[in-house]
Write a protein that binds this ligand. Structure first.
Ligand code: BES
Ligand code: MN
Ligand code: ZN
Length: 506
């Protein structure tokens, strides 16, 4: 979806020609003499409309107003969250109409907060997004372009730019997450990463089975040994700061299909295990957004990508493998494969001497039971990192919740046959998975996000959410050094030529 930011003073709202004019009305709406204000005041007075978040009133060809349709939508206290609710409701209602040119008017709000504008832009994309890649007769969404009208460009520009970058990142993440597993193999995922490598300050390396074997990633290789699809280990670099600046490393679980392996999953909803690469998709999406914003940071992305399948060569329950760290692992359940691919990626991360390492994974069904689709589970051994991630979740409306890492939770991972087992009992499965990963994350500040409940929705609205790209992006932006008087922070290097738009959704 494309966006344009435009100054739209309240006096000019009525003459804005468009198919649909969406006016966000705050609870303390102050009326002026212009026709749109008069309409809002009348609607409020009659009781036909309320400024509560998401309440709607749609009028058609209204005298004195140039827009064909006018959508009044309540924005409550104008908080970014309420703005999101309002825009979602309004654009959701317009999806069924023929409206193409939409103006989203934020100038009736009392403040012009950049975060509200960011939330509005992201909500537009969320409300209108439709996956089409593997449909033969898909007609592209009618609503492709939104003009955002504000009373002050200066106040809103930064929020708008963040929002449009986020939309590019989230749409990229959704596209790859939604693709069926036969259209998003490890090799194709590496291709998507390579496309990102054409964008300014992004470099991509892809390792195959031979290189991964040479690195000694015995745990990752064990997961990949049961599938005909060759594994890929994808390494992305975003270089926006001087080489000496320690990077943040993002590690995304890239299981392109999780059948469970020999410990096979039940048939019901097994199709949803194509989403088991949503961690990887969120890393790709975050890099897409970084390419837009060009912050003064270094970021590394690591994606261990493989299918988890059954077959004559598949790893068996009880097999013991040696991870890249040297630790031996007894694979008691082949369905606990996410931690097996992530542990080797965490060890690989050590070579970057990172400032922080964050892994993102659809790791456990237990996480869905614990937190549902509202908050991702956050684990961290580092207090400042944990606080920064919680803060980023709140500011981006992409929430997470801190979970414990007490040593007692690791008790069940003990085994007589290796250094560690890959599963513990049924209790606290979301925590024991994190405890397993923690053993491989001792050399840097580390955080783990279990996004099993938040990365996609099931049911009629089945599809990827693009989460936690907003959280990750806000965290990364919070790490950009602030200019101190007399000191100039490291700047992003000059940008290369923009790459052409391609079929991969760039
Ligand atoms: N990818 C799944 C986790 C998952 C399951 C996410 C359902 C979302 C919905 C993961 O690889 C897995 O299978 N985990 C097992 C671990 C268990 C065997 C200890 C699980 O959660 O059942
Ligand atoms: Mn599994
Ligand atoms: Zn899995």
């Amino acid at each position: 979806m494309d966006f344009e930011l435009k100054t739209l003073p309240r006096t000019r709202i009525c003459s804005e020609k468009c198919d649909a004019l969406v006016v966000l009305v705050p609870q303390d709406f102050s009326s002026t003499a212009d026709p749109v204000s008069v309409l809002v005041a009348l609607a409020l007075k009659s009781g036909d409309f309320e400024a509560k978040p998401g309440k709607l009133l749609i009028t058609y060809r209204t005298p004195g107003i140039a827009a064909t349709r006018i959508v009044l939508v309540g924005a409550g206290d104008e908080s970014p969250k309420n703005v999101r609710t309002a825009v979602n409701a309004a654009l959701g209602a317009l999806k069924a109409s023929n409206a193409q040119r939409v103006v989203l008017c934020l100038s009736a709000l009392n403040s012009q907060h950049p975060e509200a504008v960011r939330a509005a832009v992201v909500a537009c994309s969320d409300a209108v997004y439709a996956y089409t890649t593997t449909k033969s007769k898909a007609s592209p969404a009618k609503l492709q372009r939104v003009v955002v009208g504000v009373s002050s460009l200066a106040d809103t520009k930064a929020g708008f730019n963040k929002g449009t970058a986020l939309v590019k990142g989230m749409e990229f993440a959704k596209e790859w997450a939604n693709r069926p597993a036969n259209h998003a193999t490890p090799t194709l995922l590496a291709g998507a990463a390579r496309e990102l490598g054409k964008l300014p300050n992004i470099k991509v390396d892809v390792l195959g089975p031979k290189e991964v074997a040479k690195l000694g990633m015995g745990s990752f290789m064990a997961v990949a040994q049961g599938t005909a699809e060759p594994l890929r280990f994808i390494v992305l670099h975003y270089e926006g700061a001087a080489k000496a600046v320690a990077p943040v490393v993002l590690v995304g679980k890239g299981i392109t299909f999780d059948s469970g392996g020999i410990s096979i999953k039940p048939a019901a909803e097994m199709d949803e295990m194509k989403f088991d690469m949503c961690g990887a998709a969120s890393v790709l999406g975050t890099f897409r957004a970084l390419a837009e914003l060009q912050p003064a940071l270094n970021v590394v992305g690591l994606i261990p990508a493989s299918e988890n399948m059954t077959g004559g060569s598949a790893v068996k329950p009880g097999d013991v493998v040696t991870s890249m760290s040297g630790q031996t692992i007894e694979i008691l359940n082949t369905d606990a494969e996410g931690r097996l691919v992530l542990c080797d990626a965490l060890t690989y991360a050590e070579r970057f001497k990172p400032k922080a390492v964050i892994d993102i994974a659809t790791l456990t069904g237990a996480c869905v039971i614990a937190l549902g689709g509202v908050r991702s589970a956050l684990f961290s051994t580092d207090e400042p990192l944990a606080q920064a991630l919680i803060q980023a979740g709140e500011s981006s409306l992409d929430l997470c919740w801190r979970m414990p890492l007490d040593e007692e939770y690791a008790e069940g991972l003990k085994t007589n046959f290796a250094d560690v087992a890959n599963i513990a009992g049924r209790a606290a499965g979301v925590v024991t998975a994190a405890k397993f990963l923690q053993r491989f994350a001792t050399r840097f500040p580390w955080a783990h996000l279990d996004i099993a409940g938040t990365a996609w929705k099931g049911g009629a609205a089945k599809g990827a959410t693009g989460r936690p790209v907003p959280l990750l992006l806000d965290y990364l932006l919070s790490q950009v050094p602030v200019a101190v008087a007399g000191k100039v922070p490291a700047r992003a290097k000059p940008v290369k030529q923009r790459a052409p738009v391609s079929k991969t959704g760039l």
